[in-house]
Design a protein around this ligand. Structure first.
Ligand SMILES: NC(=O)c1ccc[n+]([C@@H]2O[C@H](COP(=O)([O-])OP(=O)(O)OC[C@H]3O[C@@H](n4cnc5c(N)ncnc54)[C@H](OP(=O)(O)O)[C@@H]3O)[C@@H](O)[C@H]2O)c1
Length: 288
């Protein structure tokens, strides 16, 4: 079994390592985090591995995951290169969606095999991820041999891998961020409006779940254009004006968000609207 060390083992690292340990894909060896207490917690969650508090304690491994936040990956690669622990044909990879494997270039002086594999999965809740990771897509780029060594471990925990060109990663990641993180921000905005309308958070969440699930299903099983309903799709100027006025009274930031997303919605609705309705709605939704 290949050995695995992890530099930066947070939400993503501990979930993947737990799954790999359980499926006997890697022998999880050492975990180095910023804080040793956090590394100990990661080992506890994984059910394997040994927390190390200092770089000098690290030992070689066949595979290294740099699982720290994106801003620290290049510096950790540089520090790892300096230790001289990475041997010929050892694999070093990271899981960032925005960065290519070239961010690991301090390690390319030797003959380490470098790659990146980005799971299109939200690791917000570790226990949920243990149950639901299988079926997630993972975008791979980097050294062919490194990927040939890593893919079986991802396949074994149910990942579906696809190739991505490193030049396209910033746009590819922006797409994931909009669908995942901005959906969270949108739900937060919606919950705030419900609360101001006198509907409590618990009730509002129950109300949103079927609406959002149904909309997502319609949108992704047909197309956003076909899934679109509501006042903008109907060209209902008076309703949009009333909502915008209420939002401006309540919170101008929410009114701006409504207008920004409204302009994108109007583009989707354009084929259904005559010029007069379209122009009237556009005037409402354009920034003041
Ligand atoms: N979260 C997701 O849903 C998700 C999805 C796909 C890809 N990713 C990618 O996965 C990577 C990790 O994200 P995450 O959400 O797991 O981050 P996270 O939960 O914030 O964990 C980051 C870990 O890295 C450690 N760390 C940070 N700087 C370090 C340093 N200089 N030396 C040693 N350890 C360091 C932190 O240690 P401490 O705990 O001691 O602070 C922490 O344990 C990122 O590249 C991210 O883009 C994340």
């Amino acid at each position: 079994m290949q050995t695995l060390n992890i530099l930066g083992c947070g939400k993503l690292g501990r979930t993947l390592a737990h799954l790999w340990h359980r499926s006997r894909q890697f022998d999880i060896r050492q975990i180095l985090n910023r804080h040793s207490e956090s590394a100990h917690k990661a080992c506890e969650f994984i059910g394997s591995g040994r927390a190390v508090g200092q770089w000098q304690q690290l030992q070689p491994a066949d595979v290294w995951l740099i699982g720290a936040n994106d801003g620290s990956i290049s510096e950790l690669a540089r520090q790892l290169a300096e230790t001289g622990l990475v041997r010929q044909d050892d694999v070093v990879f990271h899981c960032s969606g925005a960065l290519g494997s070239n961010v690991l270039s301090p390690l390319s002086q030797g003959t380490a095999l470098l790659a990146s594999i980005h799971p299109v999965h939200s690791f917000a809740c570790a226990n949920n991820s243990l149950t639901h990771f299988a079926g997630s897509y993972c975008a791979c780029e980097g050294n062919t041999e490194a990927l040939a060594r890593l893919r079986p471990a991802f396949d074994a925990i149910g990942a579906r891998t696809l190739d991505i060109d490193s030049h396209n990663k910033p746009l590819y990641h922006a797409a994931s961020v909009m669908a995942c993180n901005y959906l969270v921000a949108l739900m937060d905005a919606s919950l705030e409006c419900f609360e101001s309308a006198g509907i409590e958070a618990d009730q509002a969440s129950k109300l949103l779940l079927p609406l959002v699930s149904q909309t997502l299903t319609n949108c992704l099983s047909s197309s956003p254009r076909e899934a679109l309903t509501g006042p903008i799709a109907r060209g209902d100027h008076a309703t949009v004006a009333r909502q915008l006025e209420a939002l401006q009274r309540h919170n101008t930031h929410l009114a701006e968000l409504y207008q920004t997303l409204g302009r994108r919605t109007l583009t989707l609705a354009r084929p259904k609207l005559d010029d007069e309705r379209h122009t009237a709605l556009k005037q409402l939704l354009d920034p003041l």
